[in-house]
Design a protein around this ligand. Structure first.
Ligand code: KMH
Ligand code: ZN
Length: 280
């Protein structure tokens, strides 16, 4: 029986606080969300931050404070987004690593993102992958379309394994412009995974449940959260991230794939422990 690593992606960069009041946008809201989600089964948090006006931000000081607060107040693996918002320049996305997270996302290619374009040039991908290895930060390779798995193979062949040696992939499915959130697309993606890699999957919007069920039955891990899903059931807005994590944990238990402990998630991903030991 393999336990399920559950990542919560609580905020994202696409929804506004005005439209979605339950979205965690302040540091206090984010830390409280992290605590609540850990309590119901999350072991990793995928973090996008907001500025004082709740707009997406990659402010270096705020990022550092966020990493420290989450590390101090939760045991979660702190994974910063280097994807940011579609408007963020490459230099700011690379500078996210200065906040010294445990892990960070690393997207494997350019994709249409609704009416926008999420740009990830090959040279930028190489720079990000290499910088993460130098800084002992574990990447999560974000895959929006099948061809991006070919890019991942090319990256690993030409530029070597990530820090820790283990390859972990997140299939982000159902983005308008990327692969669909279907069991068939998930199975197709699995045939292209590098040998030994583990994977999580997340289905955007109404593809959340089909992708979750397909990922669990294929031995994969899960990412859930308000970055990707704002409707719990038809006509029922999500009340908070813990609601989505609790549902994922419940379904994982029914599938005999209970939530993974934070320590096991750290070991699986090869995370360097940056937590300070409390003084005795
Ligand atoms: N917000 C998207 C443009 C990531 O976090 O690395 C990119 C994204 C991927 O969410
Ligand atoms: Zn993200």
């Amino acid at each position: 029986m393999t336990a399920t690593l559950i990542t919560v992606a609580p905020t994202g960069a696409e929804s506004s606080k005005a439209d979605v009041p339950a979205l965690p946008v302040t540091l206090d809201e984010l830390v409280a969300t992290g605590r609540d989600c850990q309590a119901v089964g999350a072991s990793v948090i995928h973090v996008h931050i907001r500025d004082a006006d709740a707009r997406p931000s990659l402010d270096p000081g705020r990022l550092r404070d966020t990493v420290q607060a989450l590390r101090g107040e939760t045991d979660l693996v702190v994974q910063l987004s280097t994807g940011g918002a579609v408007t963020d320049p490459e230099r700011d996305r690379l500078a996210v690593l200065d906040a010294e997270p445990d892990a960070a996302s690393c997207s494997m290619g350019t994709v249409n993102f609704g009416r926008d374009v999420f740009l990830n040039r090959w040279d930028f991908i190489v720079e990000l992958h290499s910088a993460m290895r130098e800084r002992e930060i574990v990447p999560e390779y974000e895959i929006f379309d099948l061809g991006q798995l070919s890019t991942l193979h090319r990256l690993l062949d030409k530029h070597g394994a990530p820090y820790g040696g283990h390859v972990h992939v997140d299939l982000v499915m159902g983005v308008p412009g990327g692969m669909p959130g279907t069991a068939a697309a998930l199975v197709a993606a699995l045939g292209l995974l590098p040998a030994g890699a583990t994977f999580a999957a997340t289905g955007v919007g109404r593809t959340t449940l089909p992708v979750m069920l397909a990922a669990l039955s294929a031995g994969g891990h899960l990412r859930v959260g308000m970055e990707d899903t704002l409707t719990y059931a038809p006509g029922e807005p999500v009340t908070g991230n813990a609601q989505l994590v609790a549902r994922a944990a419940g379904i994982a238990k029914i599938a005999q794939r209970p939530p993974m402990s934070v320590d096991d998630a750290r070991a699986l991903l090869g995370i360097r422990d940056r937590r300070t030991v409390p003084a005795t």
